[in-house]
Each structure stands twice: as C-alpha cells, then as structure tokens.
Design a protein around this ligand. Structure first.
Ligand code: NAD
Ligand code: IPM
Ligand code: MN
Length: 332
C-alpha cells in the first residue's frame, strides 16, 4: 500500500486533482491510500500559513504527493508554498513531458521532455534594494548544474530517448550559463555516450519549440528558462491543460500539472484535467506502479484518439465528462 499526499490548493487545483485522484484509484485499486493536506489560500485561512508545517510533515510521511495549483499573492510578505516545498523537500529536478495527443490545425507535433533545474538560477529570491532600484541575485552552482545534467542523462538513457539539448544564454550570461553549458559538455562526453548532444540559445529554442518542435527530444535547462519553455511547449500541444510535471528529489516527489490555478475558469467545470491526470501517471510510475501508469496514459490518449475534444480545444467535454471517459477506458 502506497500513501499519496493530495494537495488540492486553489482555483482549478481542487477540480483537476479530484479528477486525477479518481483516475488513480481506478487504475491502481487497493494499492493506494490518499491523505489530504492544505496548501495555498485555503491553508492560509485555516492555519495562517500558505504551507503549514503539518502539510510538510504529511508530505514527508507519504510515498509521493499529488498537487493541484495555488494562487499567488502580490504582497512582499508572501512566500510561495511551491518554492518552499521544492526547497524543503530537495526536489531538484522538474520533469515536464509534453506530447501531442490531438493534432490541431496549424500546430506542429511535439514530443519533448523539459528537464528543468528546480532549485536555483533566477529562483533564489535574493533581491537587494538600494536607492537606484533592485538587484536580483541569480545563482548557478557547479553542484546543482552537475546534479540536473546527470539527472537528464540518466532519464534519457532510462526512457530510450535519443538526444539531449542544453538550452542556455551563454552568449550573454557568459559566466553563469557558461558554467552550466561547460558542465553539460563535460557530462555528455563522460556519461552521455550514445545520446546526441546539442545546444540551443533560449530565445531561438522558444521559436523552434513552436516552429519545429520535433528537433527536440530531451531539453535540459536552467530554472526560469524551463518554466517559460514548458508553457510554450504546452501551448504547442493544445494549451496548459496538456503539460504534466514532476518535482523530483532523492527522497521525496511532488507531481502536478505545470499550469497554475487559472482563476479565470475556476468553478466552471471546464478545466482540462489531462495534465493533472498525466501527472498522476508519472506519480504511479515513480512509485513503481508501471502497469497502472501505462493504463492511465493509454486511457487518456484513447479519449483524444477517438475524436473527443475538451472545452479548451473547442470541444464539448468538461472536467467531469473527460474523467468519466478516461475511467471507462481504464475499466474497458
Ligand atoms: P495559469 O496556468 O493559471 O493560466 C493561464 C491560462 O491557461 C488561463 O487562461 C487559464 O484559464 C488557462 N489554463 C490553465 N490551466 C488550464 C486547464 N487545465 N484547462 C484549461 N485552461 C487552462 O497561469 P496564470 O494565469 O499566469 O496564473 C494564475 C495563478 O496561478 C497565479 O496566481 C500564478 O502565480 C499561479 N500559478 C501557480 C502555479 C502552481 O501552483 N504550480 C503554477 C503557475 C501559476
Ligand atoms: C510552475 C510555476 C511556479 C514556477 C510558480 C508558481 C512559482 O509557474 O511550476 O511552473 O515558477 O516554477
Ligand atoms: Mn510555470
């Protein structure tokens, strides 16, 4: 029996996570125990914190976590619960596979895995004010760069991927992105034999993700570039409802859709749960339930291949109807 800590969060978070939990229960009957924990605004209202200590303890006491999304706040006192759990649980790798499930007009097919450094770069939140303005520290360490590049190489070898592209901006950020790129080159020579190594500047990488996405297989990149490029990739596949994501560390893991809380559509029953359900499949695979993971992925792919379309693609299926179809595909 594996314990999953479910963190619904805000906006459409609870809506899509509920769909994912229903699908996981169906795919792995009797294998999973679910516990629920507060995060985001609902947690703040109840406990006065966006990521209460009780929640962190529940996450640590579980085999993996399934997270929806939170709505962030403008206040300078606001501390993102997402950044905090990534740090507290040492979730150094953010893995975001984006694959075309339905071929849309004027979009190119895509099948990419963006592996994003998840602990530093532009996300150190170390900002210094003076009378001229603000200076933001952007940190690139050897240790974190080696760790993420090694993770990407192992991931590519394990999953039968053919190549890794390092996406960077070392033409401008010569020292920091230069270090990341040098580590990529070194590690690929050493451990990445058999994989094609390539390099792409982040601006043209964004263009190519839209214009010729199939040139990419695995991408390894720094934190903010990975954040932005994963939303670009999601749009190519149909929108933010199509990008699942796993935050992975040596001991803990948190799976989530790459999208946010989407306040503009929350409460309407129209959010596309595909990303959350596929994040659930990633979770199942991560905890060793490979057959259940594949069953979920096949059921989701089957929804689209049989011609159904969700609301975000102009179709008639909302969150519930999508999930009912996927559940039916699992049970046969
Ligand atoms: P967003 O991802 O919430 O939404 C962007 C657009 O995509 C919106 O039009 C939304 O309706 C649409 N969209 C997103 N998910 C969808 C889905 N499953 N189905 C259909 N349409 C979907 O990004 P945003 O609007 O920039 O941010 C909203 C809030 O979410 C902000 O407070 C932001 O900080 C937060 N956020 C949280 C996370 C997280 O918790 N992991 C991630 C990103 C953004
Ligand atoms: C994501 C989100 C987060 C990020 C926010 C909520 C801190 O956009 O998971 O992609 O920037 O990493
Ligand atoms: Mn993002």
């Amino acid at each position: 029996m594996k314990r999953i800590c479910v963190l619904p969060g805000d906006g459409i978070g609870p809506e899509v996570v509920d769909c994912a939990a229903r699908v996981l229960k169906e795919a792995a009957p009797g294998d999973l125990e679910f516990i629920y924990a507060d995060i985001g605004q609902s947690a703040f209202e109840k406990h006065g914190r966006y990521l209460p200590e009780e929640t962190l303890a529940q996450m640590r006491a579980s085999d993996s976590c399934l997270f929806g999304a939170v709505t962030s706040e403008d206040s300078p006192r606001y501390e993102s619960p997402v950044l905090r759990f990534r740090k507290e649980l040492d979730l150094y790798a953010n893995v975001r596979p984006v694959k075309t499930l339905v071929q849309l007009p004027q979009r190119q097919p895509i099948d990419v895995v963006i592996i994003r450094e998840n602990s530093e770069g532009m996300y150190t939140q170390d900002e210094v004010f003076d009378d001229k303005g603000v200076t933001t520290m952007r940190k690139v360490t050897k240790g974190a760069s080696e760790r993420i590049v090694s993770y990407a190489i192992e991931y590519a070898l394990r999953t039968g991927r053919k190549g890794i592209t390092c996406v960077h901006k070392a033409n401008v950020l010569k020292a920091s992105d230069g270090l990341f790129l040098a580590i990529f080159r070194e590690k690929m020579k050493d451990k990445g034999k058999g994989l094609n190594a390539s390099e792409q500047l982040v601006d043209s990488a964004a263009m190519k993700l839209v214009a010729e996405p199939m040139v990419f297989d695995v991408i390894v990149t720094l934190n903010l570039y990975g954040d932005i490029l994963s939303d670009v990739a999601a749009a190519v596949a149909g929108g933010l409802g199509f990008a699942p994501s796993g935050n992975i560390g040596p001991k803990y893991s948190v799976f989530e859709p790459a999208h946010g809380s989407a306040p503009d559509i929350a409460g309407k029953g129209i959010a596309n749960p595909t990303a959350a359900v596929l994040a659930g499949a990633m979770l199942l695979r991560h905890i060793g339930l490979e057959r259940a993971a594949s069953a979920v992925e096949t059921a989701v792919a089957g929804f689209y291949s049989s011609g159904h379309l969700t609301n975000d693609l102009g179709g008639r299926h909302g969150s519930k109807s999508f999930t009912d179809h996927v559940l039916k595909n699992i049970t046969g």
